[in-house]
Design a protein around this ligand. Structure first.
Ligand code: NAD
Length: 434
């Protein structure tokens, strides 16, 4: 595919550059400016996180040695409601990564119109190096260190990369010990027995499926037999795979941190999930299925498919590989998987990118439902949750799609315009204290 001089220049310039997710988020935000009449002072407010907390997290290892990890909690904006966003345990966690993720949460909550601001947290660590007892100690100490910031009316964490319902349960318990009160609404994504919402574990993957189906229908691509590749087979990727299979799509590529596989006839996702239950580290490596070829993670991103779903980490599709992507549609399950340079290249090549702040918003919508249930002490049926999730996401997709058509802009720009304008309105209505 031929590329213009502009993209060639950009490609050369950024090929070897270190991608900073916070700069990436700010560049996406800045693109909105020319499409809105938000006053300059308000822009300055929107470009800066409200609060950034860095904490040290000392933990006693099983052998008695003490390690000190670094953790963060960022509250990007509380203009539209309490801050909301997941907690990540990963060696790549930095202040800038958490600031970027908190910013994306702010625009995402506004796009789907739930009454939240945006936040995010993380601990820089490789969970594979720690025992379960050590992970519990990391979680509890990190919770104690960020405790002054979090709360059902202040800032509500949730699961993200390498964190899950069990870790949310420990956060609730630690907060309860510190406060002396039952505080189920302090996090979402906890176990159902602890006040978690039925359907929350599946909600992000379900949302990815719902948005993918809605976009494919609008583009006139048949979901039945659509060929799909998914990078990352954790909470988001594996559930999206399962639910898209139920819609008749064929998952022809899957990967995780350990391996990537191609199966042109379509994986039996049930068999893959059964393998993961007992595989070492619950990883895909060694997948013993007939008709499956091992490929690299780079090759997975460039498979000849209808839909590519990056569902792992940021900056996976950049200037270095955007020219080679062969998917017709990219549905961003992960946060920030496509760099602004890649966006430009993909746009020129006519590849439709469904942005993270819409595509993976099912998780936060269901988190909102969980929080409402905790505040009201009134649990919902799973069907209610899934039905309401569908209504919220369909409305958001309709609004973003309509705006993209009306303004003749990409879906990412349309979603950013919608979200950023909503946050800017709230900032203006509040005024600036004092
Ligand atoms: P997870 O820890 O459950 O899964 C992450 C998956 O990515 C794992 O399979 C891991 O092996 C894989 N992975 C990691 N590095 C990789 C690499 N370099 N190449 C290929 N695969 C790799 O995390 P998750 O909750 O599924 O989150 C995945 C993404 O979705 C993140 O960007 C997260 O911020 C985003 N997200 C998650 C939620 C949620 O509710 N969990 C909501 C919205 C967005």
């Amino acid at each position: 595919m031929a590329t213009s001089n502009v993209t060639q220049v950009i490609t050369e310039r950024v090929r070897d550059a270190e991608i900073n997710p916070y700069e990436m988020m700010l560049r996406q935000l800045d693109l909105v400016q020319e499409y809105t009449d938000i006053p300059r002072g308000i822009w300055r407010v929107l470009r800066a996180p409200e609060r950034v907390l860095e904490v040290s997290v000392p933990i006693v290892r099983d052998d008695g040695e003490i390690d000190v990890l670094t953790g963060y909690r960022v509250q990007y904006s509380s203009a539209r409601g309490p801050c909301k966003g997941g907690i990540r345990f990963h060696p790549g966690v930095t202040a800038d990564e958490v600031k970027a993720l908190a910013g994306w949460m702010t625009w995402k909550c506004a796009v789907v119109n739930v009454p939240y601001g945006g936040g995010k947290g993380g601990v820089s660590c490789d969970p594979a190096q720690y025992s379960q007892a050590e992970i519990e100690r990391i979680t509890r100490r990190y919770t104690a260190m960020i405790y002054p910031l979090i709360g059902a009316r202040r800032d509500i964490p949730a699961p993200d990369v390498n964190t899950n319902a069990q870790i949310m349960n420990w956060i609730v318990d630690t907060a309860q010990v510190l406060s002396g009160e039952a505080v189920p609404g302090i996090v979402t994504g906890k176990s159902v027995e602890m006040g978690g919402a039925l359907g929350r574990r599946e909600a992000t993957g379900r949302g990815v499926m719902m948005i993918a189906v809605g976009v494919l229908q609008r583009l006139g691509i048949d979901v039945e037999n659509a060929r799909i590749a998914i990078q990352g087979f954790g909470n988001v990727g594996s559930i999206a795979a399962q639910l898209l299979c139920e819609q008749g799509a064929k998952i022809v590529g899957i990967s995780d941190v350990s391996a990537a596989y191609h199966c042109p006839t379509g994986f039996d996702i049930g068999q893959v999930l059964a393998y993961l239950e007992t595989s070492p580290g619950h990883l895909l490596a060694g997948l013993p299925l007939a008709g499956v070829e091992e490929i690299t993670n780079d090759e997975l991103l460039t498979l000849d498919v209808d839909v590519l779903i990056p569902a792992a980490l940021e900056a996976q599709i950049g200037a270095h590989n955007a020219h080679d992507v062969r998917a017709r549609v990219i549905v961003e399950g992960a946060n920030g998987p496509t760099t602004p340079e890649a966006d430009l290249i993909l746009g020129e090549r006519g590849i439709v990118v469904v942005p993270d702040i819409l595509a993976n918003a099912g998780g936060v919508v269901c988190s909102y439902f969980e929080w409402v249930q905790n505040i009201q002490c009134y649990p919902w049926e799973e069907e209610d949750t899934n039905q309401r999730l569908g209504l919220v996401l369909q409305r958001a997709l309709r609004e973003v799609w309509g705006l993209a058509e009306a303004r003749n802009v990409s879906l990412r720009l349309a979603a950013f315009i919608l979200g950023v304008e909503r946050v800017a309105s709230a900032v203006m209505m509040r005024g600036t204290f004092p």
